[in-house]
Ligand binder design. Structure first.
Ligand code: M6R
Length: 605
């Protein structure tokens, strides 16, 4: 979390810094700030809230420096106020930081005892003081940063300015992403290469322990031992116009409507039978067990796909929440174990920690990742790109659908190679996946009905989402979408589990979204729904024709999805839930793309 950006040019950089922050705002938006080096020293401008508040301040104060660093914050230590905003200053030094300094308490105590006047509540502020103090003792800026790197514990990416070095800024990476680049207009540092779109054509990806020196026309990277190194260079997509709304009111809505196109792309790219198996780090026939690891929405994609790998490819599959799994004692990896790590951003700290742990244990690892220049894509044995394009809304929508589609195709592919499905079954499954772009488009036509339903959620204090089988994880995803965008308390339950406790929550008028589609569990789901309807629940059914017909007598509302193969039902049933969350949030006046307390990319644990 937190986005950092730096620029050095032949002209004032304040505008470039603010634009860079706009592109990184998905990483956090509690406060934002810039520091520029002016003729009379370092100058800091900060504002609480979104980058646009900072833009107003910068326009009013007009910093003139040709070199500067900038930050958009997701608060970890200290409230989101101006005092805690980055950049943080110590005599002669300004620092922006993404990550967590775990030993900040002891460092703060030491620094304070030595007379340093730390002013904020943040973990970050110890960094400029450590660096400033060493420079005062005679160290060069790189040496002072290197020494800070040895002192700090935790994960961080840092950009630094020093008053004595007018034409150079510095970057340091340990655990959090950082890229550096030289473009026509100058030199840059950024948390994410997309922030450099239009500024540079290529970017260098720093590795852990690397220190970068960036001036207008020169970039040098040094490893932990101070040796100059060449690092991976990636292409920066000029058209990664991540800020373009294309006429939609919000990114979330735009991204929901991009889903037919994303589905088409996935079908085109992964159409050929067997093509996805080629991404696997071990032959499909040798896989004896799969463990899928992820967080949040990506975890729900894993929960759906577990059923596919078990049912179609006959492979025992476990699913794990990364923040738990990373600390669980692990038995030694056995041959034939495959770990699949799923992440939109590819930078989720817990998921990456699991990846590194599994690799160290000798497990074969596959990443499913949307951001192809991410750490997950780089560090996994192999990775499959999700092809969803830049996802800007904090609530994941199109990346989830892409995850499900790629996982479904992968399961069918592996099943084909292992011959656990006949050719007829494979062709049937592929046909339903091939038809998804139009099925998704047809489902999204239902938006007006969703909008009307959303109105009935306005006074709700709490809502339940229920489903069975592969629709249970979709109930969880529907509840997560609603709570994170509209701040209404929502929970997802397996419909069959209600009477083991959650049914006590049902009172007259409790809104319940019931997922019901044709299949062997439909009658069971129907009975569960009737039990809660009898106790006063206000049930809306999301399902295909058979599902809706079976519950018509107890439901107060229905959102119909096209009838489709059971394999793709969870994918299609997700769409009305995305639209529902979007409309409830907008009607409640929530900033749906930047809901409170959240960030798109969770780079701290
Ligand atoms: O980038 P990742 O897929 O690893 O992110 C995982 C979660 O943080 C993410 O899915 C989160 O739950 C979203 N806010 C859901 O909309």
């Amino acid at each position: 979390m937190c986005g950092i950006f730096g620029a050095v040019a032949e002209r004032p950089v304040a505008d470039v810094l603010v634009e860079g922050l706009r592109r990184l705002e998905y990483r956090g938006y509690d406060s934002a700030g810039v520091a520029t080096l002016e003729q009379d020293g370092l100058r800091r401008v900060c504002a609480v809230g979104r980058v646009e508040s900072l833009a107003g301040r910068v326009a009013a104060e007009q910093p003139r420096g040709n070199i500067g660093i900038a930050h958009t914050r997701w608060a970890t230590h200290g409230r989101p106020n101006e005092r805690n905003s980055h950049p943080h200053l110590a005599p002669g030094v300004a620092i922006v930081h993404n990550g967590i300094v775990e030993n900040h308490r002891s460092l703060r105590a030491e620094l304070s005892a030595q007379g340093c006047k730390l002013r904020s509540d943040t973990d970050t502020e110890v960094i400029p003081w450590l660096v400033s103090r060493r420079i005062a003792e005679g160290a060069t800026v790189p040496a002072a940063l290197r020494e800070a790197d040895r002192t700090l514990q935790g994960a961080y990416a840092v950009a630094a300015l020093h008053e004595g070095t007018q034409d150079t800024m510095y970057g340091l990476r340990r655990g959090s992403p950082l890229v550096a680049a030289i473009g026509a207009g100058g030199g840059y540092l950024a948390s994410d290469a997309n922030a450099l779109a239009g500024l540079a054509d290529h970017a260098v990806c720093l590795e852990d322990g690397d220190l970068a020196k960036v001036s207008r026309d020169r970039l040098a990277v040094f490893d932990v031992n101070g040796n100059p190194v060449d690092r991976r260079v990636i292409h920066v997509d000029r058209n990664a116009s991540v800020l373009d709304l294309d006429g939609y009111a919000h990114y979330m809505l735009k991204e929901i409507y991009e889903q037919p196109r994303v589905a088409g792309l996935i079908n085109d790219r992964y159409q050929e039978q067997g093509v996805l198996s080629n991404f696997l780090p071990l032959p499909p026939q040798r896989i004896r067990r799969i463990t899928m690891i992820a967080c949040g929405t990506s975890y729900y994609a894993a929960s759906v796909a577990k059923r596919w790998f078990e049912q179609l490819a006959h492979i025992r599959t476990d699913i794990e929440i990364a923040s738990e799994y990373r600390y669980r004692p692990l038995p030694p990896a056995e041959s034939g174990e495959l770990a699949i790590l799923i992440s939109q951003s590819g930078e989720t700290a817990d998921t990456l920690a699991c990846l590194h742990r599994l690799k160290a244990a000798g497990c074969a690892t596959l990443g499913l990742v949307n951001v192809v220049h991410s750490s997950l894509a780089r560090d996994a044995d192999s990775f499959i790109p999700l092809l969803a394009g830049v996802e800007n809304g904090v609530a994941s929508t199109k990346a989830f659908i892409a995850q499900l589609m790629v996982l479904a195709r992968l399961a069918v592919d592996i099943a084909g190679r292992r011959k656990t499905l006949g050719q007829g079954e494979i062709l049937g499954a592929l046909k339903s996946l091939d038809q998804l772009p139009s099925t998704i488009a047809a489902t999204l036509h239902n938006e007006t009905a969703v909008q009307a339903l959303a109105e009935s959620f306005q006074s709700a204090r709490s809502a339940l989402f229920v489903g069975r089988g592969a629709l249970f994880p979709i109930a969880l995803e529907g509840a997560l979408k609603l709570k994170e965008t509209s701040y209404i308390h929502a929970e997802g339950f397996p419909a069959g589990e209600l009477k083991h406790g959650p049914i006590a929550l049902i009172e007259e008028g409790t809104p319940v979204v019931a997922l019901a589609c044709s299949g062997e569990l439909l009658d069971k789901t129907g009975s569960n729904i009737r039990e809660i309807a009898a106790r006063g629940a206000r049930v809306t059914v999301v399902g295909d024709r058979a599902g809706i017909l079976s519950l018509m007598d107890v439901a107060v509302g229905a959102l119909t999805i096209p009838s489709c193969d059971e394999l793709v039902q969870p994918i299609v049933a997700t769409l009305p839930l995305q639209l529902l969350a979007y409309h409830v949030a907008v009607q409640r006046g929530v900033d749906v793309d930047r809901p409170r307390n959240l960030a798109k990319s969770v780079t701290v644990e």
